[in-house]
Ligand binder design. Structure first.
Ligand code: HEM
Length: 372
């Protein structure tokens, strides 16, 4: 089995098992007629269903006198667990398409949060996003490439990002992968088999001011650059103090095994808390944040090296899903951005927020059907 069901109550690519590869794309709409946008979303829906089943854009043959209907690079490749998740950015709800009344309150653009002073607009935001994940990089590229191609005349690519090595475990059956700092990432994540946690923290329910978002979720993406060279010069004990976990096993510094409960009250011989007061896991833990949780589903990235310095340009393309970014991502980042020990080694350089509508019910249904 190497395909993930496309139709369902929720879009795939959120609570479904994280794959190895990502291509994330943000697009801006150039068309002014909402009907044209709706048509494009309809085309995307049909294509996405086919791609996720391992099929090309269409089964119709290309005439020799036309450009190939499918670009062709996945011929012979399996679906590779491809999932395609589409989202609408806050800018979709300005007055261009008559959607102002349908803007959910939770889609309010993120403010400049602590730790976000160098966010580059050229790799941020966008009217639409496509998150394509699969176990084969060629498959994710093909999906985005053909969707961008199908958008020609209606929307243009604004920015994109490739990612590798899922940096978050999302399923109880999945072993915890590592991020580029070498630490296990996703130990205390919301796991796919925890339906209660998904309902409580991830899927929008009837509490939303916008019915069309019921069953959907809000996606926050943050491109977070890592200062790899400085990190690699830091002592192991300091790296572990920063996260509050053992680098090798992933266990909290107050425990022995990865999934041991963190003991925030435990003190060392010096009388200080073993889990540093400004360590990443203490600041981010629900126990320290009125129970706040979110679903992390990010990927590692590298874009080569910085021109001039030759340093590795790499980091975490952080993606998280939630019911309400204001009380979840933004609340946590406000705290992390102020005091996280990790801040010495990371810089948030890109940012975006999108409303991912619920899943498509069956063939003929399309992204945003209840919106337009
Ligand atoms: C936990 C890494 C950014 C939220 C962790 C853990 C690691 C980690 C290694 C411990 C293992 C685990 O439970 O998953 C990183 C790195 C980051 C980053 C390398 C940036 C490059 C963020 C951001 C947020 C966040 C921006 C949200 C605003 C969390 C949460 C936990 C966590 C909620 C779980 C805490 C708990 O319940 O124990 N992160 N993280 N992280 N992180 Fe991050």
């Amino acid at each position: 089995k190497d395909s993930v069901p496309f139709y369902g109550q929720h879009q795939a690519g959120i609570s479904t098992a994280a794959q190895d590869r990502l291509m994330f794309a943000a697009l801006d709409i150039t068309a002014t007629d909402p009907k044209q946008v709706a048509l494009m979303l309809g085309r995307w829906s049909a294509m996405a269903a086919r791609f996720c089943a391992g099929e090309p854009v269409t089964s119709a043959p290309t005439k020799p006198s036309q450009p190939p209907l499918d670009t062709g690079e996945t011929m012979g490749l399996p679906a590779s667990n491809l999932t395609i998740t589409v989202g609408f950015g806050p800018s979709m709800f300005d007055d261009r398409f008559g959607l102002t009344g349908k803007m959910p309150a939770a889609l309010k653009p993120l403010e400049v949060l602590p730790g976000s002073s160098v966010i580059d607009p050229a790799i941020s935001d966008g009217d639409l996003c496509i998150q394509a994940c699969a176990d084969d990089p060629q498959v994710v590229f093909h999906a985005v490439r053909n969707m961008v191609r199908a958008a020609r005349g209606t929307a243009v690519l604004r920015w994109s990002q490739l990612g590798f090595g899922r940096a978050s475990a999302t399923g109880a059956g999945q072993s915890t992968p590592r991020n580029l700092f070498g630490f296990k990432d996703g130990t205390n994540n919301i796991h796919a088999d925890n339906a209660t946690a998904l309902d409580d923290y991830v899927w929008v329910g009837n509490e939303s001011d916008q019915d069309w978002m019921a069953g959907g979720s809000y996606l926050v993406a943050r491109k977070i650059r890592m200062e790899i060279e400085s990190w690699d010069a830091d002592f192991l004990s300091d790296q572990e103090r920063i996260f509050g976990r053992d680098k090798s096993s992933g266990a909290p510094l107050t425990g022995k095994k990865e999934f041991d409960t963190i003991d925030f009250g435990a003190k060392g011989d010096n009388g200080k808390p073993i889990i540093d007061v400004n360590s990443h896991i203490r600041l981010a833990a629900p126990e320290q944040n009125i129970g706040t949780k979110l679903l992390r589903r990010g990927y590692n990235y590298t874009d080569g090296q910085h021109p001039g310095t030759g340093k590795l340009d790499a980091g975490l393309f952080f993606i998280c899903f939630q019911k309400d970014p204001r009380s979840q991502f933004a609340a946590l980042q406000t705290k992390l951005g102020k005091s996280d020990l990790l801040n010495e080694y990371i810089t948030h350089v890109g940012s975006g927020l999108w409303a991912c509508p619920p899943g498509l019910a069956k063939a003929g249904d399309w992204y945003g059907k209840s919106l337009f």
